[in-house]
Structure formats: C-alpha cells, structure tokens
Design a protein around this ligand. Structure first.
Ligand SMILES: Cc1cc2nc3c(=O)[nH]c(=O)nc-3n(C[C@H](O)[C@H](O)[C@H](O)COP(=O)(O)O)c2cc1C
Length: 220
C-alpha cells in the first residue's frame, strides 16, 4: 500500500458535507489507509497535493456555488492535482431527488467546479445533502420549505431531514481506496469515469430516510 496518506479536503456550512467527509475518513481508515481531514477554513499554506496517495475534495453547494476557498485552492493547485489520483464530491439539495431537472442541476454543479478550477478528477459525484430547518433563520427556512415542497421533499420544519445515501458514500470510499493504491494508478481511467446515469426515481421521501440515488458523472 502507498505509504502516503489520503487527503480529504472539505467545506461545509451546515455540517452535512463534513459528516460525509468524516464517514469517508472512517471507511478509509478501516481499510488501513492513513487519512488527513482538512476543513477549507484551515488549509495550511504549505499543503501540497503531491504528498498524498490521493486527494479528495468535498464541497457543499449554496446559491449555486461551491465553497470559494475550495475553488481557489483547487484552481491554484490544478497542475499538481492532475498528477495525483483525485475525487470530487459535491453535496447539494439538487442531488436529493431523481427528477431529471434536479439531476441535471446536480451534475451541472460538478461540471461547473471542473470549469472553474481546471481540475479533471478521476471521479466526481453528486451527493444528496440535508435540509436543516432547525438551523436556518426564518427567511432561509421559508425558502428551503418552498424548494423542498417543489421537489416533493419533507416540509416538516419542526426537525431536520437527511437525504444522504450512505451506501453511495461507502461505495465512494471503495473507489477512493482503489485510486489510492499504486497498482490502480496505471489504470486511473477505470474506476470513476462512468457516464451520467441517473437511477430510477425513489419513492418521495417524507422523512429523514436516505432517499437519494447514486449518481456519477464525469467531471469534464
Ligand atoms: C441558504 C441555502 C442555499 C442553498 N443553495 C442551494 C443551491 O443553490 N443548490 C442546491 O442544490 N442546494 C442548495 N442548498 C442545499 C444545500 O446544498 C444542502 O443543504 C447541503 O446539505 C448543505 O451542505 P452543508 O450542510 O455541508 O453546508 C442550499 C441550502 C441553503 C441553506
């Protein structure tokens, strides 16, 4: 096994992207990898992608944008990142349903990140986030309730709703593990370059049960 650690760089406003990043960290540690988990508000100046066996970047989406600090870090290091097995995951509300327009939006975020940064990771995936009504101010709660209603998601604002598909996340850990193994480096194109293939629509979620389809897209 490559003795270098795996880097998971994440940016999260309300905690769901961090939860996904921590789940990946745990799953990779269980597979015997060393993992460094770095939040986007604490990126050391001397962080160098090439010191890692693989680099994973995870960002939440707010108002159609990924986290600014991650976009700028990845853009600055795009040339170096191109030489390291890379995975990007985007955590959004659009990924919470299998409606074609939402799938298109979620995949659009992946493409947008690639265009803005110039990074073409081996694997890029949209992950469903959470609706944390209890953490929002009244205006944001009202807006999120309207968006959720339009998507057929829960409008029960008395509690939070998690739509992340943890099986998808565990599968992602497997993909990262494959990419981080030196033997898989020669065939970097294999594990993640699947075409966009939205899964069939799940039943409309009325609770916090995982409800998102697995979704994979090329990032460029
Ligand atoms: C103010 C606000 C704006 C959001 N904007 C978008 C958006 O433009 N597109 C989208 O798909 N999801 C959007 N979402 C949903 C978030 O991406 C989702 O809640 C995600 O889980 C947030 O990740 P975090 O908990 O790591 O911050 C928005 C959520 C909030 C609260």
């Amino acid at each position: 096994m490559d003795p270098r650690p795996i880097l998971i760089l994440f940016g999260s406003k309300h905690g769901q992207t961090e939860k996904v990043a921590r789940r990946l960290e745990m799953a990779l540690r269980e597979r015997g990898f060393r993992v460094e988990l770095v939040p986007d508000d604490g990126i050391p100046d001397d962080l160098r992608p090439e010191r890692y066996a693989a680099v994973v970047v995870g960002s939440s989406v707010h108002f159609g944008r990924h986290r600014r600090a991650l976009v700028s870090f990845v853009r600055r290091h795009a040339a170096e990142l191109a030489r390291v097995p890379g995975v990007f995951f985007s955590v959004s509300g659009a990924a919470m349903t299998a409606r074609p327009e939402d799938v298109e939006e979620a995949n659009g975020y992946l493409a947008d990140f690639s265009v803005r940064t110039g990074w073409d990771p081996a694997h890029a995936v949209a992950v469903a986030g959470a609706v944390r009504y209890t953490a929002y101010n009244p205006l944001v709660r009202w807006v999120m309730k309207r968006i959720s209603a339009s998507r057929g998601l829960s409008v029960d604002t008395s509690r939070d709703h998690e739509y992340t598909d943890w099986e998808q996340v565990d599968g992602l850990a497997g993909t990262i593990a494959e990419l981080a193994l030196p033997a898989s480096r020669a065939s970097r194109d294999r594990p993640g370059r699947a075409s966009v293939s939205p899964a069939p629509a799940p039943p409309a979620p009325a609770s916090s049960a995982p409800a998102s389809p697995a979704r994979t897209a090329p990032a460029g």
